[in-house]
Design a binder for this molecule. Sequence first.
Ligand SMILES: Nc1ncnc2c1ncn2[C@@H]1O[C@H](COP(=O)(O)OP(=O)(O)OP(=O)(O)O)[C@@H](O)[C@H]1O
Ligand SMILES: [Mg+2]
Length: 317
Amino acid sequence: MAENDVVKTCGLTKNFGRKGKCITAVDNLNLEIHDGEVFGFLGPNGSGKTTTIGMLLGLINPTSGSIELFGQDTAGNSAQLLKRVGVIMDKPAFFPYMSGKDNLKYFAMSVDDIDDKRIDELIEIVELKDRANDKVREYSMGMKQRLAVTLALLNDPELIILDEPTNGLDPSGIIEFRALIRSLNKQGKTIFLSSHLLHEVEQVCTHVSLIDKGRVLASGPVKDLLGNHKSIRLTVSDVEKTVVMLQNTDWIKSVKKEGDSIIAEAPENKTADINELLTGNGIHVLEMQKCASSLEDFFLKTIGEKESANSREEENV
Ligand SMILES: Nc1ncnc2c1ncn2[C@@H]1O[C@H](COP(=O)(O)OP(=O)(O)OP(=O)(O)O)[C@@H](O)[C@H]1O
Ligand SMILES: [Mg+2]
């Protein structure tokens, strides 16, 4: 194993149910997360994210396979290792009639060596200082989520595991939460974040594993895996001429017509060049827009690329 592995799973598998009616929720999963990463565990609903997290935290017994945390096998050693981990899974049940700070003091009683100074520090980290003495029932969803982060930080963990942390947050809550994740990462925390949202993972993660039906489909640095190519929607004065022109441009990865528009896949930094190329050839660019690709598109593309790589390998045998 690499020296800076924080999480490593080998052949991790979980079957639910009995003979006859068995669901394989996690299927021979190999993950490797290194120190300092913001790791995105990306998969659609029901793909096995929460089950995997449950196993990492010793809440669910694996059917087979092994888990290492900080380079050590968790079998028989889990309580000690989990002291170095902070978690947010379900929404924590705060006492609504108590202030954020008093809630935090209450939960801190179960953790060793937490003094008032540390509590104030945590409140500052999650930017709740101005509202720390207000009752939790007066908090917005985003503020409750940031208070939840303080609980995950109580033991000053090296690894923070977040299961779908932005569920239920509005766009500004999501932006604030992302900023918080980035700042925790800057302070040296490794982050494991599960999500079914491609966009979210793209925004905040350094590395990603894409899973479906409990299996890893692809893994790697976000910029390699999600690619530098972006789809751009173009509305132009001459669709046919534009299609031919773009098809004959070597840095354009793909071109397709969609209604009156054209979708071209090109490197992110080439938008201005497309405009220049078309206007230089007498085509008016009426509109140009980046398209966000959905998780579904990404899946199809990843699976498609994998299959064509496999068939190339077979041809070469
Ligand atoms: N306790 C259980 N008993 C039986 N099946 C379960 C149990 N927990 C999860 N499953 C099944 O395992 C599969 C994976 O579920 P899991 O909750 O891990 O997915 P998920 O990726 O977290 O999904 P979501 O994005 O909806 O949270 C699903 O088919 C689910 O129905
Ligand atoms: Mg889940």
